[in-house]
Every structure is written in structure tokens, then in C-alpha cells.
Design a protein around this ligand. Structure first.
Ligand code: PEP
Ligand code: MG
Length: 590
């Protein structure tokens, strides 16, 4: 039964980072760093204050290790890796030395000294434009809150008020990793946070838990009381507080539709992906974390079209050795047969920073040391990954692709390293697929311009539309301030995608899309009309996309593409595609 709303409806716009609709009783978990009492200590008390700090650090460390263990068991090792950053903060002597100095020279209590130092770090990190470094503020805040609690002697109480009975929607300034671990996640239907970006921990967690989520709301009204009704629309990045009866009824209808559609699509799980006129498309899935593998296998995906290897690699240093990488890739390869997996070599850089990059921040990380550039500058480490992927290829169909190519020389050097890696394995007598296919990611406009040359030296292309959009339109893909300019349907983007597919086909190779637009149900007619061969999408989108494709006619889509080539704006182009999508599969257009 839907509760009766008592206050006027408030609509807040953010960024939808996990699709779906959820509504229910809201719980506000706003917890900022609480300022302790401002106390002075006497000289004879200084020693005791230092001991309190040492004890609190030890206690905090024990708690974090216990949390890490718990999340590793419940959510897998890669999620647990975020706590490594917390442990590093605790080991940061510059913070602890400064706290001790304040206690000794200014005679402030250790609580207040620690609070003031941590607050200064947090505030200055929050001002940095780089989203990754901004996220580090959340980590420091998380550790600081825990340490202050331990100084106060509040024990293991993590400060989160217990969720009220029936709580389903969580509203927060931000959710730290330990917040999400400490919650009873079976009772949460949706997240909404003031901070965060699509690459924030909250977003990643929400997607892997398949919970609708909206981030970057900037501010939630202070007076919104716990126990009020909140609705999360993860499709459109909308949070509606005190939704009116009309809004609730409208969304209830949508939810029913969503449920009916998903049930109706079940029989497509084992079906081939074909257009209405019988053109075959390969529909594969993207994977970041090993924990997603089971969902991918159940989704009906034809293998993995994009394995973002950097996520597991970034999470723990010890995962970087060849045997560990090999075992991980092998598990994915074996599980995804007969279709197999496309292993993308490391795409570190941009917003995915390894410790080396955190220590030496770049002025423009997205235009900097990223993807293949980083791999080619560290050939020994690059070949560790190549050997691991090659070894996995002995266990089933495996392809390798290189990210972030901007010039032919990079592709040639990457291939040369691959040949050296093969020789190294041969000399060790280790088996691999001698005819392993190699692909190029096309995600930089310069790569599109030289696509004919690249195509002659690879077996396939995979379009990384997330980056292609950002580099074509000069819109940072993780900056919520310019998010409205990030337009997948931009006519320039369509032209580049078209040029890439045509170059691939002219040169006799296949071309797929593995960026987010591959799962865009409105733009699907454009991809079919352009003759795309493969689409790699999030596992949750497989059945919807298979159904959409089955309703499209390739000739009609090709005609649509001709009309799209004359559209001057994203809105025009989007409207043309929407008209065809609505006519072909209205049940999927929510
Ligand atoms: C892309 O850029 O579209 C892509 C698939 O790669 P990533 O999102 O990992 O940069
Ligand atoms: Mg990319």
C-alpha cells in the first residue's frame, strides 16, 4: 500500500548511476565530522594524550582490517581493496606528527588536534577539481570519524543510526565504503547522495548490487525528515521527496510495466540476437569485477565484450603478479565459453589512478598518462599482463584489445610487445592460442581519422564511446557541472562512429561498441542502421537489448541513419531515434 504524502512534492535532479525505480520510507544518514569539545591539556597530561592517539590508531586499524575481511567475504576481494586506502591514511606520518605537535606545543586535546588536522585535509581535497582526489576526501573523513569515535571510547559503534523498520531509501551526503558495509543491504531499495560521480564508490556499489541510485544532487533539503517518502528514478537521475499521489501512481505503473516486460523477456535468455529481418548481432557483456561473472552467465550474454582489467589490478598490489592475473583471466575465459572474452589491457589513468599517479598528479589526467601510453612506458609490467592473458587463451576463446590508441605507432609497439610476450612463453614451453585475435579500441578522434590504417593491422575494432564522446565534445565525462553537454546523440559523435564502422568493414574486420551507448535503447536503431556487428552492454541490459534488436528492421534502420546524417543537433537526432524505438518496442521505452 502506498503511504499518503503529507507535504508538497520536491524534485531534485542528479546523475542516475544505477538504473531502476525505487520508492519507500527514507532514512537520512547525514553524518559529517563532528567537532569535539575544544579542550586544553596540562603539561603532565601530554604523555597520556599521545598514548590515547596510539591506542586509537591501533583500534581503528583493527576495525578497518575486520571490515576489509567482512567485505571480502560478502562482496569479494576487489571491493575490499578500497580499505587499503584507509589503512594507508592511518600510516600517514605527516597527519599523525602534526597532531602530536599540536598537542605538545599548543596543549590542545588530542581529539581536537586530530579533528582540526583531518578537517583541513578534507576541506582542501574537496576543493580540487580532479574527481578522484575529491573522492579521497571521503576516505579521510571515513577514517577520521572512526578514529575520533575510538578516541571518545565509543567502541565499534559506527555512528550510523540503525535503519528504522521498513526503511528502504537511503539519503546521504555521501556513503563511504564502510557505511555501505555496515548497513543491512537487504533492506535498502535505493541510494541518493549529494556528492559522488558515476565512478564513485557508491555508484559502483549500487550497480553491482543492482540498486537504483542517483548521485551529485548537490544538496538535500535540511528539513526533509526521516520517515518521509522518497522516490529514486535511476533512469533519469531524479529524486522525488514527498511524491504526490499522482507521481506515485505514475511510477507504480512504470514499475508494473518494468516487471511485466522483464518477465516477458525471460524466454530470450537463450535466444540468438537477430534483427527482425534476420541479421545477426553479437550481444556480449562488460565486466569489471569477478563478482559480476555469475550475473553475466545468467544474463544470456554471448561472452564478455569488454573486460576492464584495471579494476581488479588497481584494488590490490599483490594481484599484479603474472600467476594471479592468469588465474583471474582463466576463470573468466573458462566461464564464458564458447563465446569467450575480450581482455582489454590496463586502462589506468584519467579517473582510474594507481598509487604512482596519485603521488604525482597530472594537470590534465584525461589527456595524460593513460591506457596504452602507460603500458608502453612500462613494457616489463605490460608484458606480465600480456603473458597472463596469453596463458589464459590456452583455456578457450580469448581476444586481446588495446585501449586509448591515438596513433598507429602505439598499436605497432603494443603488437611488438605482444610478440615478445609470446616468445617469452614459447621459451618457457607455456601453451597459448597462437592465432589469438587482437583488437583496437577506437575512443579518440585521431584514431577514427586513421581508422583505415589501424584496421589493416588488427582483427577487430571496439568503439569506446564513453571516451569518444568526451574527447570529441571536450566534456569531462566525470564532471557533473558539464554533464548536460555530454551528449551521446551528438551529430559529431554519430559521424565518428559511422566512419569507424565503415573503415572496419572496408578493411574486412568486424566492429563493436563497448561504451555505455551500446545499451542505449533509444539509439539502438542507429547502431543497427550503421551495421554494427557487436554490442557489449551491462549484464542487466542484455535481454532488453536482445528484444529491441529483434524488433528492428535493418533496411529501415539504414534509412534512419541517412536521415540522422542531416540532423544538426543532438536533440533532433535523439528525437528521430526515439520515434523509431517507440514504434518498434514501446514497452521498453520508460
Ligand atoms: C569507453 O571509453 O567507452 C570504454 C568502454 O572504456 P572506459 O569506459 O573503461 O574508459
Ligand atoms: Mg575508454
Amino acid at each position: 500500500m502506498i503511504p499518503v504524502p503529507q507535504t508538497a512534492e520536491v524534485r531534485l535532479e542528479g546523475i542516475g548511476v544505477s538504473p531502476g525505480i525505487a520508492f519507500g520510507v527514507a532514512e537520512r544518514v547525514g553524518r559529517s565530522l563532528e567537532e569535539p569539545e575544544h579542550l586544553l591539556v596540562e603539561k603532565r597530561e601530554v604523555e597520556g594524550e599521545r598514548d590515547r592517539l596510539t591506542d586509537a590508531v591501533l583500534r581503528t586499524r583493527e576495525q578497518i582490517l575486520a571490515l576489509q575481511q567482512a567485505i571480502s567475504e560478502s562482496d569479494g576481494e576487489s571491493h575490499a581493496g578500497v580499505f587499503d586506502a584507509h589503512l594507508l591514511i592511518l600510516e600517514d606520518t605527516s597527519i599523525l606528527n602534526e597532531v602530536t605537535r599540536i598537542v605538545e606545543t599548543e596543549r590542545k586535546s588530542v581529539d581536537w588536534a586530530f579533528y582540526s588536522v583531518a578537517k583541513r585535509y578534507i576541506d582542501s581535497l574537496r576543493k580540487i577539481s580532479d574527481p578522484y582526489l575529491r573522492e579521497r576526501a571521503v576516505d579521510i573523513e571515513d577514517v577520521a570519524k572512526r578514529l575520533l569515535r575510538n578516541l571518545r571510547g565509543d567502541g565499534d559503534d559506527d555512528g550510523m543510526r540503525p535503519l528504522h523498520h521498513g526503511t528502504k531509501i537511503l539519503l546521504a551526503r555521501d556513503l563511504t565504503p564502510s557505511d555501505t558495509v555496515g548497513l543491512d543491504r537487504t533492506r535498502i531499495r535505493g541510494f541518493a547522495t549529494e556528492l559522488g560521480s558515476p565512478t564513485s564508490h557508491t555508484a559502483i556499489m549500487a550497480r553491482s548490487l543492482n540498486i537504483p541510485a542517483v548521485v551529485a544532487l548537490h544538496s538535500l533539503p535540511e528539513d526533509f525528515s526521516a520517515g518521509g517518502i522518497a522516490l529514486i528514478d535511476g533512469y533519469h537521475g531524479l529524486v522525488i521527496l514527498h511524491p504526490s499521489s499522482e507521481t506515485l501512481a505514475e511510477y507504480e505503473t512504470l514499475l508494473e510495466r518494468e516487471h511485466t516486460v522483464l518477465t516477458d523477456l525471460e524466454p530470450l535468455r537463450d535466444a540468438e540476437t537477430k534483427t527482425a529481418d534476420g541479421r545477426r548481432i553479437v550481444l556480449s557483456a562488460n565486466i569489471e569485477f569477478m563478482e559480476e561473472l555469475e550475473g553475466i552467465l545468467e544474463s544470456g550474454a554471448e561472452g564478455v565484450g569488454l573486460y576492464r582489467t584495471e579494476y581488479f589490478y588497481l584494488s590490490r598490489r599483490e594481484l599484479r603478479d603474472e600467476d594471479h592475473q592468469y588465474e583471474t583471466y582463466r576463470a573468466v575465459v573458462e566461464a564464458t565459453q564458447p563465446h569467450g572474452v575480450i581482455v582489454r589491457t590496463l586502462d589506468i589513468g584519467g579517473d582510474k589512478l594507481c598509487p604512482e599517479l596519485v603521488d604525482a598528479p597530472e594537470p590534465n589526467p584525461f589527456l595524460g598518462w593513460r591506457g596504452i601510453r602507460l603500458s608502453l612506458d612500462r613494457p616489463e609490467e605490460f608484458r606480465v599482463q600480456l603473458r597472463a592473458a596469453l596463458r589464459a587463451s590456452a583455456h578457450g576463446k580469448t581476444r586481446i584489445m588495446f585501449p586509448f590508441l591515438s596513433a598507429l605507432e602505439e598499436l605497432r609497439e603494443a603488437r611488438r610487445q605482444l610478440e615478445i610476450a609470446k616468445d617469452e612463453l614459447r621459451s618457457r614451453g607455456v601453451a597459448f592460442d597462437e592465432s589469438i585475435e587482437v583488437g583496437a579500441m577506437i575512443e579518440i578522434p585521431s584514431a577514427v581519422c586513421i581508422a583505415d590504417h589501424l584496421a589493416k593491422e588488427v582483427d577487430f575494432f571496439s568503439i569506446g564511446s564513453n571516451d569518444l564522446i568526451q574527447y570529441t565534445t571536450a566534456v569531462d565525462r566525470v564532471n557533473d557541472r558539464v554533464a548536460h553537454l555530454y551528449q551521446p546523440a551528438h551529430p559529431a559523435v554519430l559521424r565518428l562512429i559511422r566512419a569507424t564502422i565503415e573503415a572496419a568493414h572496408r578493411n574486412g574486420i568486424w566492429c563493436g561498441i563497448c561504451g555505455e551507448v551500446a545499451s542505449d535503447l533509444v539509439l539502438a536503431p542507429a547502431w543497427i542502421g550503421l551495421g554494427i556487428d557487436e554490442l557489449s552492454v551491462g549484464a542487466a541490459q542484455i535481454l532488453r537489448m536482445r528484444h529491441a534488436i529483434s524488433k528492428l528492421d535493418s533496411a529501415a534502420c539504414a534509412d534512419l541513419v541517412e536521415r540522422l546524417s542531416t540532423c544538426p543537433t543532438s536533440a533532433d537526432l535523439h528525437a528521430e531515434c526515439l520515434a523509431m524505438a517507440e514504434a518498434a518496442y514501446p514497452e521498453l521505452i520508460l
